[in-house]
Design a protein around this ligand. Structure first.
Ligand SMILES: Cc1cc2nc3c(=O)[nH]c(=O)nc-3n(C[C@H](O)[C@H](O)[C@H](O)COP(=O)(O)O)c2cc1C
Length: 205
């Protein structure tokens, strides 16, 4: 029997008819079809306050960080905003500072599938931004990525995907994230050696 894995999706648009959320759902459907347990966090529904280290940690942020820490893999999906990720998407990830002192810290040993929808033709900008964030959080971005450029072509006005070719690629990404999660879980750690000089000291972050 295949190793059971839990995958958490994070959608970073606040729009009701969000295309990046629609794309994320299809990726999670692909992961679920290959046997993964999936859970979706959508910035519109989660209502995470803006991160501020002066404030007490709200329950919603605590629960979000704990759910992420307990999962085996993630799928991130953001709209491309001004050549990068949306503010609400980044804010959700900023709350993962709550996982800085864990052992292992942050998203160690978790593969992350990256998805974006863009109005123009430069979807890779947000993918590359997410790749930097994934590495900062000690995660492993999956080499297969899904930038959906000119999103208005592939989605209807309610944010539902209508392009079957794009849907097949998104489902394939979901399967790939689930496969990578199983491999990490089965083979154990694949993390950096802790004494390498380019790994910043946790206490100095
Ligand atoms: C504030 C803002 C900035 C945007 N910047 C870009 C951009 O730099 N490049 C681009 O291709 N599309 C840009 N867009 C278009 C969105 O990426 C596109 O509409 C996307 O599909 C929206 O995702 P959503 O449906 O999940 O909200 C921008 C949209 C907004 C609202």
């Amino acid at each position: 029997m295949a190793t059971s894995v839990r995958i958490v999706g994070l959608g970073g648009s606040l729009r009701a008819a969000s295309t990046s959320r629609g794309a994320l759902q299809v990726v999670l459907d692909g992961a679920a079809a290959s046997g993964a347990e999936v859970q979706l966090f959508w910035a519109r529904n989660v209502n995470l306050p803006l991160y501020n280290s002066d404030d007490e940690v709200p329950t919603v942020a605590h629960d979000f960080a704990e759910t992420v820490y307990a999962c085996d893999a993630m799928v991130w999906s953001t709209p491309n905003y001004h050549g990068s990720v949306s503010g609400s998407f980044k804010n959700a990830l900023d709350w993962l500072i709550l996982l800085a002192d864990r052992d292992p810290p942050y998203l160690s040993n978790k593969p992350i599938g990256l998805v974006t929808t863009a109005g123009g033709t430069h979807g890779l900008q947000a993918i590359n931004s997410m790749d930097f964030i994934a590495r900062a959080l000690r995660g492993w971005s999956v080499p297969l990525v899904m930038p959906v450029a000119q999103s208005w072509r592939a989605f209807d006005a309610s944010g539902q995907l209508t392009d079957e070719a794009v849907a097949a690629q998104l489902r394939a990404l979901g399967e790939e994230v689930a496969r990578a999660a199983r491999q990490f879980k089965t083979d154990g750690t694949c993390d950096y050696a802790q004494d390498l000089p380019y790994i910043p000291d946790k206490g100095k972050l």
